[in-house]
Ligand binder design. Structure first.
Ligand code: KIV
Ligand code: ZN
Length: 513
């Protein structure tokens, strides 16, 4: 089996998804999970975008050990210097330089002719090679670039010492036969092509990212780039889990495999969804809630007779376990610990105590505590944000013929609890107005979403909000069996993160990515 290298860009291209705003702690948490998943290369961010981005890349670079950490750079020395600074402390650093090559980008964005593009990229690679033994070069919008110019650029990158050359379909325009043909052409026409790894980087604008990536593999690509859950600019990037499972399930057809630990896929997907606030659609391939559900009677009948009638891969492959034991209020510490270990969590004694007491509180409110409930409880406290404000009490009055009102009591450091009341056009609006009054912070609510963690009327609700204040934005999450309380918790969580971010915020330089 040929090994396909996995370059994950969840923390860079993925973080460019509209509304996604990860803080450093969240990026590091995702990075640790990606390392467990076994990706080969991790693009941690774009350090030149802002000092905050540079600091996050540095935190990731210092945190993970068994993966190459990559920083993105435009073809200019100041960007390369920023990557150099950001990757200090990385075990295995690599720089990723890009420049657009298509006629549309050359003419309208760069205002450069072919010779200028070639020369700009060449001097950037030369400069970066002084500091980075490992370098990837990307021909942005390669998908709409003339074949002969693409070959010239790839040839130059090889001569200048690039280790990986990436051929992005930046705008998700190509179809599989066209994208595959580019790889074939480059393999056959660029001298010394065997000295570099060729990489596929696809966007999903026409829903063809995975198919295009697989076509590239069939035509000799050595590396694939993508994100978990396929998040990213516009319609997103190639979903890594889809490519990995296609190669696994159709191993004989593709003759190629990644070295991912596939059983970590489900957990990685859940973490990325939770921290980015990007909900995975139920019908999403591999990681959607319905990906392994069989609804029709005929299918269920087939499954009972022989699973392979309708199942081409098993949920266990991606780490989903069938739950035999449902916990409730009579379940003890021992059963709870067993369940956690079944779910893949090995908590310290102290963490276990906190988790168990939260589980007991929940079991008082809910008859059956499902695996999803337990995962939500554990994962909610995964990342501790310094709390400036903390929700103590909340009262809401609502009637469909009356004006909704809310009263909140909020704990703040070194002060008496703050009490505030407000009205709103709905219960959530009233709560948020009351919190604004109590904290004295003026914020804009950019996004609000709610989902139930499990099934049933007594399910826990998980709320995700995005708040902004001027140019600073932050997202927060809240979990409760009561959706109004979950809404208040999410708002205060986002507010605490916003206040933290405000302390170190510096404007993002506009980067033409
Ligand atoms: O899609 C793209 O072209 C990119 C480059 C920066 C590699 O993300
Ligand atoms: Zn991209």
């Amino acid at each position: 089996m040929r090994k396909i290298y996995v370059f994950d860009t969840t923390l860079r291209d993925g973080e460019q998804s509209p509304g996604v705003n990860l803080n450093t702690r969240e990026k590091v948490e995702i990075a640790y999970q990606l390392e467990k998943l076994g990706i080969d290369r991790m693009e941690a961010g774009f350090p030149a975008a802002s000092p905050g981005d540079l600091a996050s890349v540095n935190a990731v670079a210092r945190a993970v050990k068994n993966v190459t950490v990559i920083g993105l750079s435009r073809s200019r020395e100041t960007d390369i210097d920023a990557v150099k600074e950001a990757l200090q402390g990385a075990q295995d650093p690599c720089i990723h330089i890009f420049l657009a090559t298509s006629p549309i980008h050359r003419q309208h964005k760069l205002r450069m002719d072919k010779a200028q593009v070639l020369e700009t990229a060449q001097s950037a690679i030369r400069y970066a090679k002084k500091y980075f033994p490992k370098l990837e070069f990307s021909l942005e919008d390669a998908g709409r670039t003339e074949y002969d110019f693409m070959a010239e650029m790839v040839g130059m990158a090889i001569r200048e010492g690039a280790n990986v050359v990436n051929i992005p379909d930046t705008v998700g325009y190509l179809n599989p036969s066209e994208y595959g043909a580019i790889f074939k052409y480059l393999k056959e026409n660029v001298p010394d092509i065997e000295r570099v790894q060729l990489s596929a980087h696809c966007h999903n604008d026409l829903g063809m990212a995975t198919a295009n990536t697989l076509a590239a593999i069939q035509n000799g690509a050595d590396q694939i780039e993508g994100t978990i859950n396929g998040i990213g600019e516009r319609a997103g990037n190639t979903a890594i889990e889809e490519v990995a499972l296609a190669l696994e399930t159709r191993a004989e057809f593709f003759g190629a495999k990644t070295s991912l630990t596939l059983s970590e896929i489900s957990r990685t997907s859940r973490l990325v969804s939770k921290l980015t606030g990007m909900v995975v659609p139920g019908n999403k391939a591999i990681v959607g809630a319905n990906a392994f559900a069989h609804e029709s009677g005929i299918h269920q009948d087939g499954m009972l007779k022989e699973k392979t009638t309708y199942e081409i891969m098993t949920p266990e492959t991606i780490g989903l376990k069938e739950s035999k034991l449902v916990l409730g209020k009579h379940s003890g510490r021992h059963a709870f610990r067993d369940k956690l270990s079944d779910l893949g969590y090995d908590l310290s004694e102290e963490e276990l105590n906190t988790a168990f007491s939260r589980f007991k509180d929940l079991a008082d409110k809910k008859k059956e505590v499902s695996d999803e409930d337990i995962l939500a409880l554990i994962e909610e406290k995964l990342i501790d944000t310094p709390e400036v404000f903390r929700l103590q009490t909340i009262y809401v009055t609502y009637g469909n013929k009356a004006v909704p009102t809310a009263k909140v009591i909020i704990d703040a450091p070194e002060a008496e609890p703050i009490v505030a009341e407000a009205e709103g056009n709905g219960s959530v609006d009233a709560i948020y107005n009351a919190i604004d009054k109590a904290t004295g912070e003026e914020v804009t609510l950019g996004d609000y979403s709610i989902k139930s963690v499990s099934r049933g009327k007594d399910a826990q609700g998980e709320v995700h909000v995005v708040l902004s204040q001027g140019e600073v934005a932050a997202q927060g999450r809240g979990l409760s069996t009561d959706i109004l309380e979950a809404s208040a918790r999410a708002y205060i969580d986002a507010l605490n993160k916003l206040l933290e971010k405000r302390k170190t915020y510096t404007k993002r330089e506009h980067a033409s990515l």
